[in-house]
Design a protein around this ligand. Structure first.
Ligand SMILES: [Zn+2]
Ligand SMILES: [Zn+2]
Length: 147
């Protein structure tokens, strides 16, 4: 997560300093595909108003909504139980903003590591991911641990 020092950290869109009274958004380092239009937003900080006037606001808004839901939960998709031990915790991050992309349904899924290896989703996700790599729609190795 990007660190913010109010009064010295600048907004990555307008370059102005972020102040206490500003509504700001610290983008998590969650976008996994280097070809995603939002990849460059990873780990940066913005004025909310700057993001809202971006041409990508629709995707950003969708991302932020999914992210806030994700932050509110820690439930394993495999066993439906709460994940309490950080060592057992795994999440897939944000895979795509495109609702027609088969990976959209897997955005931010969370698992116990052990249960991810056993679940049917793992096969589907790795197959979709490989397909996207083959189709040159995906770049980067942030999810290659799946294979
Ligand atoms: Zn700004
Ligand atoms: Zn589980």
């Amino acid at each position: 997560m990007a660190l913010v020092f109010l009064g010295s950290t600048t907004c990555d869109l307008c370059g102005e300093v972020l102040n206490v009274d500003d509504h700001m958004v610290a983008f998590p380092n969650a976008i996994q595909n280097e070809l995603d239009s939002l990849y460059g937003f990873n780990d940066q900080v913005f004025h909310l108003t700057c993001l809202m006037s971006s041409v990508q606001w629709q995707s950003i808004d969708l991302f932020l909504k999914q992210y806030s839901l994700f932050k509110a939960t820690k439930i394993c998709v495999g066993c439906k139980q709460l994940i309490t031990n950080p060592d057992e915790y795994l999440n897939l991050g944000f895979l795509t903003t495109d609702v027609r992309n088969p990976l959209f349904n897997y955005n931010f899924l969370e698992f116990h590591r052990e249960h991810f290896n056993q679940c049917s989703e793992k096969k589907e996700i790795s197959a979709h991911l490989q397909q996207q790599k083959d189709d040159k729609l995906w770049r980067g190795n942030r999810l290659d641990w799946i294979f």
